[in-house]
Design a protein around this ligand. Structure first.
Ligand code: AMP
Length: 542
């Protein structure tokens, strides 16, 4: 028997309409590309999104068209986040840190009809433009800041809006209609497209809002350092308006000092980003001897947050939520939110729990399997490849049958490529990306574990552990580190690791570098490091 409830579609525009009705005065505050701070309310954002929707239609864009954005976190990007899917088109958020070849590949693969870009990216797009002969360009600025450009078919964002009224009703369509497109990177081969639907975006936004209720609340301010071009800024683009949380947007200013200043000036309660961003903020906090005013919660994800970083924040009175997810999952999969009883555990136990990737989010199912695909117990010991299932997890890559077939197993679960254990209480512990694990003499070594230990030494500011080929052991771990001070105490670091790791897990070499290479999403690129050190001679090989 079917239920007798209204079959109303879930639509992304419903989130904005709700924010306009219920939280009209809540602000979105942006540090702009042009310079200075811009403020608008959710009511103003909704009004401008309706004007933008009319402008998109006037440009000949409509249902099913892919519209690219090449932009930092800011109010205009948020307006696009709602206006583009609002008319039934698809918001394709492009990562500006990709290589030129990758950008050309994904723009052509997505068949984008228009591209909205921040001023920062005009020179870059001018170089790429010959590859996109039919593209319409919109520069996200006002008439006063419009640059001289060689781009043709180019418009000014504010002029487009000024020419429209906001008399617009969001159209209705099926909730499975595509709403957003985001290409994953960081792997070898061409980037793969993840096509979100209205239904998946709304469900994921609801889940994120409910799960993060400590951080996302009416009257509180959230700073997503995680970009809008990286998997919906982890759902913050939807969860913040939905919950009436005020957004503070950093624009292009992502260094520790700029993030500190913005948080301090605007009284940011919660900030979300990858560990590399927090290393920068931590250095700034140390320098100034205090945390930004009002800072109480930090969401860390994208790669493993070292225990020392979690401890460092908690010691400063900033509560850490360590989250795990993937672009393919919208992206949130697990969240490190403790029960009130767990919060009162002795400090070391609490940090150990917070150092895991947390527990599954609502609507996300997890399973770990062995190499033959058999399910493994959730006993905190068995380790296997992690598979996930749920209504905001992709069912296949956009226009890529081969990659889709590889990604989904016979039972319809998505294979994450991560290796993990799950405790009886449901805490996920990611040991590695399958391809980052180190196989030495038939035994697996978790690079994340060794990094975690190394980061606990005060002379190490950042590090990565990679496999280097070895004639006898197949692979051996090598620690590539950025020193926290001149002349780091190498013998001390070795002793620190020896006290915590089995002998065969100890890195064969410790190499100091000035900087670690980063991927387009701000994670340490182990692929680049493996390539750079593929011929490295280990000390015992002489
Ligand atoms: P992306 O699609 O770019 O967000 O990358 C997803 C991948 O980042 C995952 O498959 C993990 O390998 C890694 N990742 C994300 N969050 C974490 C985390 N908290 N701990 C360890 N790895 C993570």
């Amino acid at each position: 028997m079917r239920g007798m409830m209204m079959d109303r579609p879930l639509k992304v525009s419903d989130i904005l309409t709700y924010a306009e009705d219920m939280h009209p005065g809540t602000e979105i505050i942006s540090s702009t590309v042009e310079g200075g701070i811009h403020r608008e309310t959710y009511a103003q954002m909704a009004e401008r999104a309706r004007k933008l929707a009319r402008a998109l239609l006037a440009l000949g864009l409509d249902n099913g068209d892919r519209i690219a954005t090449l932009a930092w976190n800011g109010y205009r990007h948020m307006e696009l986040y709602y206006a583009v899917p609002g008319i039934g088109a698809i918001c394709h958020t492009m990562n500006p840190r990709l290589s030129a070849e990758q950008m050309i590949y994904i723009t052509n693969h997505a068949q984008d009809k228009a591209m909205f870009l921040d001023l920062t990216f005009v020179p870059l797009v001018e170089k790429l433009a010959p590859q996109f002969p039919d593209m319409a360009y919109v520069i996200m600025t006002d008439a006063a800041h419009m640059p001289q450009t060689s781009l043709s078919n180019v418009h000014c964002y504010e002029d487009l809006l000024a020419a429209q009224s906001d008399d617009f009703d969001w159209p209705e369509f099926d909730e499975t209609t595509a709403a957003g497109l985001c290409y994953t990177s960081g792997t070898t081969g061409n980037p793969k497209g993840v096509l979100y639907s209205h239904r998946s975006q709304v469900l994921h936004g609801l889940m994120a809002g409910i799960s993060l209720q400590n951080a996302l609340r009416v009257g509180k301010r959230l700073l997503p350092v995680v970009p809008l071009f990286h998997a919906n800024a982890w759902g913050m683009a939807h969860a913040a308006p939905l919950t009436g949380t005020s957004l503070v947007m950093p624009g292009p200013h992502l260094d520790g000092a700029s993030v500190f200043d913005l948080m301090d000036a605007e009284g940011v309660f919660c900030a979300a980003g990858v560990p590399t961003v927090w290393l920068g903020l931590m250095a700034e906090i140390k320098k100034r001897g205090r945390i930004p005013k009002g800072f109480a919660e930090v969401i860390v994800g994208g790669s493993a947050a070292p225990s020392s970083m979690i401890q460092g924040f908690e010691d400063l009175g900033v509560s850490v939520c360590h989250a795990w997810g993937m672009t393919e999952m919208s992206p949130v999969g697990t969240l490190g939110i403790l029960t009130p009883e767990m919060e009162t555990l002795p400090a070391a136990e609490k940090i150990a729990l917070k150092s895991t990737q947390g527990r599954r989010a609502f609507l996300v199912d997890l399973k770990i399997v062995d190499e033959a695909g058999n399910r493994l117990p959730h006993d905190g010991i068995a380790t296997g490849e992690l598979f996930v299932r749920g209504p905001f997890i992709m069912s296949g890559y956009y226009n890529n049958a081969a990659a889709s077939a590889d990604a989904i197993d016979a039972e319809g679960w998505f294979g994450t490529g991560d290796v993990a254990s799950i405790s009886p209480e449901g805490f996920l512990n990611i040991t590695d990306r399958a391809k980052d694990l180190i196989k030495s003499g038939g035994e697996w070594i978790s690079s994340i574990d060794v990094e975690n230990m190394a980061m606990g030494h005060p002379d190490i500011a950042n590090c990565a552990v990679i496999a280097v080929p070895h004639p006898k052991w197949d692979e051996r771990p090598v620690l590539i580190a950025v020193a926290a001070r001149e002349n780091p105490d190498i013998a001390g670091i070795r002793a620190h690791l020896e006290a915590r790791l089995a002998k065969w897990q100890l890195p064969d070499d410790i190499i100091f570098v000035d900087d670690l290479p980063l991927t387009a999403t701000g994670k340490v690129s182990k692929l680049t490091l493996r390539q750079a050190y593929a011929d490295h001679i280990l000390p015992d090989e002489g």
